[in-house]
Design a protein around this ligand. Structure first.
Ligand SMILES: Cc1cc2nc3c(=O)[nH]c(=O)nc-3n(C[C@H](O)[C@H](O)[C@H](O)COP(=O)(O)O)c2cc1C
Length: 204
């Protein structure tokens, strides 16, 4: 797959996850090794941790929390989400225990301070998360970020996983092989509508 196709067709996969096919640990490790090459703010270079969760009982305990929080989130914010994405999000929650692997990206520390600090903190995790999603896709796997539990139950999840209090869970991914390889570019606003030149609001 050429790079542009990979970059434009890596979707959040929820309905097309192969729930029966195990994910080989070595394939996941290879993807994590690739994702580790993503940029990270220097101050956080040693702070990043991945947590891979494939134990069925642990997944089940997490899924219960995420599902409950997901339903609350849909009730609160569902009207802002396109109906198809909402239905697809609900579907993923309904099968979450069956997804073979979850991967949580964590950073030591609790983000606080000005926008530069917050930007560096969260911005040190998402490049690696996206690289992981790309590396997975190039090997026939798919993923979706699930973050509902971070609103109110991050500490309950931390307790189940033994994550220390001073570690922030930034994103959890549900990971599986996909049942198809034909993904298309997603709907996005036209680039000239969201790009300005030299001055806010000036056409590019
Ligand atoms: C920071 C972040 C948080 C997200 N949280 C969730 C989530 O909790 N549940 C979910 O189903 N998708 C989540 N997503 C995936 C988006 O909903 C998804 O990217 C969006 O639906 C666009 O779909 P696409 O990636 O297939 O183009 C998240 C994405 C990002 C970047």
């Amino acid at each position: 797959m050429d790079v542009d196709t990979l970059l434009t067709t890596t979707r959040s996969v929820r309905r097309k996850l192969d729930l029966r096919r195990p994910v080989e640990p070595e394939v996941l490790t290879e993807c994590l090794r690739i994702a580790q090459q993503a940029p990270i703010a220097g101050a956080f270079a040693e702070s990043f941790r991945w947590l891979v969760i494939d134990d069925p009982d642990t997944k089940s305990a997490l899924a219960q929390i995420v599902r409950t929080d997901g339903e609350s989130s849909f009730a609160r914010y569902g009207d802002r989400v396109p109906p198809r994405a909402l239905a697809s999000g609900r579907h993923l929650l309904s099968v979450l225990e069956q997804v073979p692997v979850y991967v949580t990206a964590c950073l030591h520390g609790r983000p606080s301070g000005d926008n530069a600090l917050l930007s560096a903190f969260y911005g040190s995790v998402y490049p690696a998360v996206w690289s992981l999603q790309l590396a997975l896709r190039s090997r026939g796997l798919g993923s979706t970020i699930v973050g509902y539990h971070l609103a109110e139950h991050e500490s309950d999840v931390a307790h189940i996983l033994g994550i220390p209090d001073d570690v922030t869970q930034v994103a959890m991914l549900a990971v599986a092989y996909t049942t198809t390889n034909t993904f298309r570019p997603g709907a996005r606003p036209a680039i000239d509508r969201i790009t300005y030149r030299n001055r806010w609001g000036s056409p590019a």
